[in-house]
Design a protein around this ligand. Structure first.
Ligand SMILES: [Zn+2]
Length: 382
């Protein structure tokens, strides 16, 4: 893995393309500012041709001096190109289908038309003063030899980058690696991986592409995006750090706040078990795990949650052990003997099964008083 990986976050473009998601101008600006503050080096901020309102918010973001490179998205047609040129963005992604199924059944065109269109539009974008990334839509289903020709054309035309879009999320890490490796062998322009999560492989495919020589990774906060979404920013950045020792130069402690901001703006709840930012991913209940964590956190942590601004949390439930019960009651100021902890543990397990929730502090005090009433208390306040 080379050490130069650049994150290009597309929460504000592909993330917003999620069915039913629409950010307000203020939300887009706030998300852009939060990403820039965290050090995200590039972000794709919208589709200028959507109209004056979208254009205005893109232009506003471009005037903020955020320090991140700003990309806008368009298709290879005059309207999109003209709209992109009005944005003051650093880079335009001009998208064109490259699979035969899209070329024939979506565009009604030929491979030769695609090659000629790339030549024309990269040149015209240059004439308008734009720096260009050519987005290869549905690249994962493209004929391999044709895709190589596309990338050679992109490079010869003077574009700075080719975006390999696994538009339907159909690749696995092995096929991703093979395809990106071929492109890397015949070209030295930037290659960006744009992975979708339809089979739950977006982050794995992104990492595979980077290992094969891709230089840029398209991500979204919380993995937001069309259908099952895109590779998640927080997953890609943390995996790069912990699997490959590659720093994306992003302040990962800001991830929870950014995740929450995007969750609220998108109206898409983050699953409690979502990697890195899910509510429950640093919460422990099982007796063996809690005991191990209390002895030494390294027993049961892959990385320190403080890296992402979080901490371990323990809750009591069906799988708790008596040590966790003693610990929880001690925090309430009550010292339990082992037999008393066992008695209360049985009560806590009943509660967890009946309510599907951990007991609150109020519940624990009630259990304690009830058991004291039954047994004649020997529990000593601390
Ligand atoms: Zn996409």
């Amino acid at each position: 893995m080379h050490n130069m990986v650049t994150i290009n976050d597309t929460t504000l473009r592909d993330g917003e393309q999620t069915a039913g998601v629409a950010f307000t101008a203020d939300e887009k600006i706030a998300i852009a500012c939060a990403l820039a503050k965290a050090g995200v080096p590039e972000m794709e901020i919208g589709i200028p041709v959507m109209g004056p309102a979208e254009l205005e918010v893109i232009q506003t973001i471009a005037t903020l001096g955020l320090g991140s490179q700003l990309m806008v998205w368009g298709r290879m047609c005059d309207r999109d190109l003209q709209a992109a040129a009005a944005c003051n963005a650093d880079l335009v992604n001009l998208s064109i289908p490259v699979s035969d199924v899209h070329i024939e059944h979506k565009l009604g065109r030929s491979r030769e038309w695609v090659i000629q269109t790339i030549r024309d539009y990269v040149g015209r974008a240059f004439d308008l003063g734009l720096d260009v990334c050519v987005g290869g839509e549905d690249a994962s289903r493209a004929d391999t030899e044709f895709l190589l020709r596309v990338v050679e054309t992109v490079q010869a035309a003077g574009a700075r980058r080719f975006r390999f879009a696994d538009t339907l999320g159909l690749l696995d890490p092995f096929s991703t690696w093979t395809r990106i490796k071929r492109l890397r062998e015949i070209s030295d322009i930037e290659i960006e991986i744009h992975a979708h999560n339809d089979l739950g492989l977006a982050t794995a495919n992104t990492l595979a592409a980077l290992r094969a020589g891709a230089t840029h990774a398209n991500t979204t906060v919380n993995g937001l995006g069309e259908r099952a979404g895109n590779a998640a920013l927080e997953e890609v950045v943390m995996a790069l750090r912990h699997l490959y020792g590659v720093e994306a130069a992003i302040d990962t402690r800001r991830f929870p706040a950014i995740s929450r901001m995007v969750e609220l703006a998108s109206g898409r709840r983050v699953a409690s078990n979502k990697s890195i930012v899910g509510d429950a991913v640093f919460t422990h209940e099982a007796g063996i795990h809690v005991d191990g964590l209390l002895k030494n956190p390294r027993n049961y942590q892959g990385f320190d949650p403080a890296e992402v601004g979080r901490e371990h949390r323990t809750i009591l439930g069906k799988h708790s052990g008596s040590r966790a019960v003693i610990d929880a009651y001690a925090r309430l100021g009550l010292l339990l003997s082992d037999p008393e902890a066992e008695l209360l543990l049985a009560r806590i397990r009943d509660h967890a099964v009946a309510t599907k929730n951990p007991p609150t502090a109020t519940d624990l005090k009630r259990f304690y008083l009830e058991s004291a009433d039954c047994a004649g208390s020997t529990v000593m306040p601390l």
